[in-house]
Design a protein around this ligand. Structure first.
Ligand SMILES: [Zn+2]
Length: 196
């Protein structure tokens, strides 16, 4: 573990101690005159425990949710996502005066939705785990692409017209992406972290 990853607090104590606070910060308490290399050796010896504890505390602190799905649950989630997102699309299509060329559900991990040049919208079933106002935001975002295929000022005007608070929802969706980790079967948490 690198020196800068922990806070060293020296005091009139006799022994070394290491702890992880509720936010995942590492604090090492050491006697006033103990040599730095002795402290480093102690920290290195405890590094496995420290890393595990830091990870756990950070996960708790950020309110991160880990959801692990079996293949059957993935199939069900895809079906449910199709119904839910189709219903939302239909509602916003009539508000926005557009019609998409079709709705497809995939298992994309890092993209909530996309819209191709044929007007076909893809949504990831993982969106089902996001709160409803955020699902609506993704739907409006993709439907707005039927009018503007880019992310120009005109595009965002389209979004804002039907969803004046889209900025807050967009931010909330980013936060949700960091917090909620949806995994399939044997997919490991670490794999997922790298994708996010
Ligand atoms: Zn877009």
């Amino acid at each position: 573990m690198k020196r800068e990853t922990y806070r060293l607090v020296r005091s009139r104590r006799k022994t070394l101690a290491i702890c992880v606070d509720a936010d995942g910060n590492v604090i090492v308490r050491a006697p006033l005159r103990m040599p730095q290399n002795q402290i480093e050796a102690f920290v290195a010896e405890k590094s496995g425990w420290v890393e595990r504890t830091v990870e756990k505390q950070r996960a708790i602190a950020s309110g991160r949710k880990r959801i692990r799905l079996t293949p059957e649950q993935v199939t069900l989630a895809k079906e449910e996502a199709r119904k839910d997102l189709t219903r939302r699309c239909r509602r916003f299509e009539s508000i926005m005066g557009v019609r998409c060329g079709g709705i497809k559900i995939n298992g994309a991990k890092s993209l909530w939705g996309s819209c191709n040049s044929k007007g076909i919208i893809h949504f990831t079933y993982r969106l089902l785990f996001a709160p409803e106002p955020l699902r609506d935001y993704v739907v409006v975002h993709e439907l707005a692409h039927l009018v503007e295929m880019n992310h120009s000022e005109c595009f965002w005007k389209q979004v804002e017209r039907v969803m004046p608070d889209y900025r807050q929802r967009r931010l909330a969706l980013k936060q949700f992406q960091q917090r909620a980790v949806i995994m399939e079967g044997t997919e490991s948490y670490e794999d997922r972290e790298r994708i996010l």
